[in-house]
Ligand binder design. Structure first.
Ligand SMILES: Nc1ncnc2c1ncn2[C@@H]1O[C@H](COP(=O)(O)OP(=O)(O)OP(=O)(O)O)[C@@H](O)[C@H]1O
Ligand SMILES: [Mg+2]
Length: 395
């Protein structure tokens, strides 16, 4: 895709990533909203229910996936309004300006999110991920290390996808084949030729999924282990049979053949279990608080939050290396969980980071340490107004 408009990257050589204009139509509590922004961090403050997280969610729809709430598309449409919504943005990334538009209209079906880049409809949303990676932390992720593997795996796969934008499509192809195979098995069809074809797809896509995760760990783990100021070093690894075999140096083709054979052998088992007993849909992200040699799920609440922030910063830094595009960082209510010095350290990192960050909180005073280094906006009753009262004193 031709994206011809070059934008000066600012005061240094690193190309910055930022949303420069955001327009919402019929999105959650917003009938219509337009924001014009600079590259600096955006701080949204206002009372509970004002519309802060909704704004972050709108930004999260500028990248592939289901947004930071994993909402059904119909839920996002403004209650009492038309059954449609739209988010339009002018973003700057890799030194180029791009217009991104996305939205949903009830008439197109419940799961069809339309995406346009510079006016052209996009068939593969992976292209969107290449132009605008977005990472986020939300309060719902506070229990990431203690809850079941599903959320952690999803979190990991989102990060893998930011480095390797084909990952989500390969994961989806794996899951589609897995579901079709299980449906056949549940119908009692164990010798169907179609089963063999589905298992071949699962093996090929599954090994590609596992390999992308291993590559991600190789790149992000060293950065995560270093820690960032007050955010502790985090040891990262991924569990799972395919991942382990690849890590031990087995050839991808060999691992694929073996996995396909095991799937064929497990037809009876999977049929009676009513589930696919083995595969990369069961892998898990394992994290360790390195300084304490403590598995992350045993760390304190505050330590887990700090580990998570450190991990996000490591991922963000890896995304700025080489020819990669620095991600936008959406940090919902992160400041409220940190003590003053950690907060200040985080702000310093964010101000220096080449991807625009978006922060929310109920209290502007939490962001005082940002001084004049951020754009402060007040959100109230689904309206956003200019500079909020300048936060003068740290609590
Ligand atoms: N589809 C929708 N249509 C209209 N309003 C909605 C829709 N979905 C959610 N809302 C409302 O939007 C309002 C703002 O929600 P949001 O989560 O953005 O608040 P917030 O400012 O982040 O608040 P908090 O500080 O409590 O996190 C809420 O009152 C919520 O119920
Ligand atoms: Mg909120």
């Amino acid at each position: 895709m031709e994206r011809a408009v070059r934008v000066p990257s600012g005061d240094d050589d690193v190309a910055r990533t930022a949303v420069r204009r955001l327009t919402l139509t019929g999105f959650r509590c917003y009938a219509r909203l337009r924001l014009d922004l600079g590259p600096e961090p955006v701080v949204l403050t206002g009372p509970n229910g004002a519309g802060k997280t909704n704004l972050l969610e709108a930004v999260s729809f500028l990248t592939p996936g289901r947004g930071l709430r994993r909402a059904k598309l119909a839920e996002v449409a403004r209650l009492g309004g038309p059954a449609s919504w739209a988010v339009a943005a002018e973003v700057v990334s890799a030194g180029q300006a791009t217009a991104i538009g996305t939205g949903w209209s009830g008439g197109d079906g419940p799961d069809k999110r339309l995406v346009r880049m510079d006016g052209q409809p996009l068939r593969a949303t992976a292209d969107l991920g290449r132009v605008l990676p977005v990472l986020w932390l939300t309060p719902a992720m506070d229990r990431l290390f203690v809850e079941g593997a599903t959320h952690r795996r999803r979190f990991m796969d989102r990060m893998v996808n930011a480095l390797d934008p084909g990952h989500a499509e390969r994961s989806a192809a794996y899951v589609r084949a897995m579901r079709q195979r299980l449906a056949l098995l549940k119908e009692g069809r164990r010798e169907n030729a179609w089963l063999g074809a589905l298992e071949a797809v699962m093996a090929a896509q599954g090994v590609a999924v596992a390999a992308a995760r291993c590559d991600w760990v190789l790149r992000v783990a060293p950065m995560a282990a270093e820690g960032h100021g007050p955010f502790p070093g985090c040891g990262l690894s991924v569990s799972g049979g395919l991942e382990a075999a690849l890590r031990e140096g087995a050839s991808a083709l060999g691992v694929e053949d073996e996995f396909r054979d095991r799937l064929a052998a497990a037809r009876g088992l999977d049929a009676s279990a009513g589930t696919t007993t083995e595969g990369p849909h069961r892998s898990d992200l394992e994290a360790v608080h390195l300084a304490k040699a403590m598995p992350a799920h045993l760390a304190s609440t505050g330590e887990q939050k700090a580990l998570l922030i450190g991990l996000l910063l490591a991922q963000a830094k890896v995304l700025t290396q080489g020819r990669a595009v620095p991600p936008l960082l959406l940090l919902d209510e992160v400041a409220a969980h940190l003590d003053g010095s950690r907060r200040a350290a985080l702000f310093d990192v964010l101000v220096g980071f080449p991807g625009q960050s978006w922060l929310t909180g109920t209290d502007a005073a939490l962001f005082a340490a940002l001084g004049d280094r951020a754009r402060f906006l007040t959100v109230a009753d689904a309206a956003v107004t200019g500079e909020s009262d300048s936060p003068s004193n740290e609590d």
